[in-house]
Design a protein around this ligand. Sequence first.
Ligand SMILES: NC(=O)n1nc(-c2ccco2)nc1N
Length: 324
Amino acid sequence: MTDISNQINTLRKTLRHHEYLYHVLDAPEIPDSEYDRLFHQLKALEQQHPELIMPDSPTQRVGAKPLSSFAQVTHEIPMLSLDNAFSDEEFYAFVKRIQDRLIALPEKLEFCCEPKLDGLAVSILYVNGVLTQAATRGDGTTGEDITLNIRTIRNIPLQLFTDNPPARLEVRGEVFMPQAGFNKLNETALAKGEKTFANPRNAAAGSLRQLDPKITSQRPLTLNAYGIGVAEGVELPDTHYGRLQWLKSLGIPVNPEIQLCDGVENVLKFYRTIQQKRPNLGYDIDGTVLKINSIPLQERLGFISKAPRWAIAYKFPAQEEMTI
Ligand SMILES: NC(=O)n1nc(-c2ccco2)nc1N
């Protein structure tokens, strides 16, 4: 490898490390001025040697020019929506349905308990550890290709932090806008006489669905992963919580409030704790998501194909056999 490409690779590794410390761990080790100096050093070297530019270089986060429209992406594994509970009784009924379906049952059900982030669900595909495609959830089967916009979100690694990446890994999570960033965005928009957003969720959706990645790049968006879709060339942990910890080890941001809860009473304790924390989290949530932690149990339970809640077929009574 030439000396120049050595310098370029060392700078990329250093910048990825500091980007992770700053945007994922919120624990920078160098001042912004030093990060900028290294970034501009890399940018200059790449401009002198464009043949060495790689898509996963830290300098390649913001796409070149605006798109005219979004391509469609079909999810290999559908991104289903969640059933809702609005009371302890409805949660108990949910647990009872599980117990009724699982003949052989562990004495206590273990749940992975998560805050329900109020943003936009996205799917991010890494091929051999490199961020290759990203899409919105859309209708669960088909979404919009927002790869260029997702690449601008600073806490989403362009390359997984491992020397032995899976062949393909689909990370699923919520992109949201923290309240401080939302307030600042609206203040600036107001000052400029531009459109303001009603709430952080709309701001996140509007920012992610920008055709110009330069605009998305200036919006304070962040990702928290909450699951895995496609995974090839890797043996995944057999619990949901274990999979989230594994994602974290790859440099993927996961919400710090997530907890394992053993038994229904501890789950309800988590729910009330998050409810109390809610005003001070710094980002909007609209509840909690409570998941059976064991993957084999999840697979035994499967999915209910979700009929829309907004339509009903009101049928005529079965006709008597037509007599001619
Ligand atoms: N919105 C949110 O925070 N979600 N959404 C899920 C989800 C949706 C489908 C399966 O899991 N999980 C979390 N934490």
